[in-house]
Design a protein around this ligand. Structure first.
Ligand code: DAK
Length: 258
């Protein structure tokens, strides 16, 4: 029996962990892996028992990019028909928070995959990069756009144009990595954070995520208007009443997601 190339685990209440599992290929993203990640993310987004998702690989590699062997000889029409961007959109548009837990390589499509997540937790020896230019292409899964938005034009250009790999510390200092932890702690730390998020009122978490992401594509005024609408909406939720009552009564709140 072969082990699935993407595994789903439930390490804690409210938390799902999606693990890329092609260790012999450094977790290169072939179409099967891409489709399965998209399928699992779509299902988990609809699962009321899941409030936060961790996406990870193994200790050697988060993902070493698109599977070069699978795409080396295909043409542009076949590439177009693969619909990669549509698959990755299921992660970027997941209403629940997604945390990338990165050990080892996050290169090319692997770095892009991490950047579709909301939070990136990396091990100290993780390696990031957009090395596509070295094999005659450019980042095609959002790298030219998301990396630039994360770290600014001049750092993004420095790495996109050279294809150089950079370490987790540099990634952290540039603002690409949210938190840097010892390699052995990456998964545990990501699950702990996911657990804390899963205990928060889910409507507020969802609205916060949406306001940040939509605001990034909008003017400040539009983003602020979006934020205002979202907070006003939350004043109709039971969880807002419960959260504030619990604070005043000095007790632990019980959130219901309503
Ligand atoms: N694809 C296929 N196989 C890979 C791979 C990859 N990206 N990365 C590693 N492997 C395979 C190796 O071929 C090797 O297989 P065997 O020879 O054992 O059969 C095995 O994994 C172990 O690799 P190494 O022996 O090289 O292991 P090392 O630890 O020495 O090195 C490494 C690890 C990750 C530094 C190295 O393998 C490496 O440089 N890999 C390639 C990294 C890379 O260039 N990544 C970018 C790929 S291009 C698109 C959207 C997105 C994309 C394309 C189109 N559209 C919307 C159209 C994305 C493009 C990319 O990501």
């Amino acid at each position: 029996m072969t082990t699935p190339v993407v595994l789903v685990e439930r390490p804690a209440e409210g938390v799902a962990l999606v693990r890329i599992n092609r260790p012999d290929a450094r977790n290169a993203l072939n179409m099967e892996v891409r489709r399965l990640i998209a399928q699992h993310l779509t299902e988990l987004a609809d699962d009321a028992g899941v409030r936060c998702i961790v996406l990870t690989g193994n200790e050697k590699s988060f993902a070493a990019g698109a599977d070069i062997k699978e795409m080396a000889n295909i043409g542009s029409i076949e590439m177009l028909q693969r619909g990669t961007l549509k698959l990755w959109r299921t992660i970027a548009s997941c209403p629940k928070p997604v945390i990338a837990a990165v050990n080892g390589f996050a290169l090319g499509g692997g770095c892009e995959l991490a950047m579709t997540c909301d939070i990136i937790i990396a091990g100290e020896s993780a390696k990031f990069g957009q090395p596509e230019v070295k094999i005659g292409i450019i980042p095609g899964g959002g790298g030219t756009q998301r990396l630039t938005r994360a770290v600014g034009k001049f750092k993004a250009m420095r790495y996109v144009l050279t294809g150089d790999i950079f370490g987790a510390r540099e990634a952290y200092e540039m603002g690409l990595v949210s938190e840097l932890v010892p390699d052995a702690d990456v998964e545990k730390h990501a699950i702990e954070m996911a657990k804390r998020i899963a205990e928060l009122p889910p409507l507020a978490v969802e609205q916060a995520k949406e306001a940040v992401l939509r605001g990034m594509d909008a003017s400040l005024e539009t983003g602020l208007a979006l934020e205002t609408k979202a907070i006003q909406l939350l004043f109709s939720s039971e969880d807002q009443k419960e959260g504030m009552a619990a604070f005043i009564e000095k007790r632990k709140p019980v959130f219901k997601g309503r």
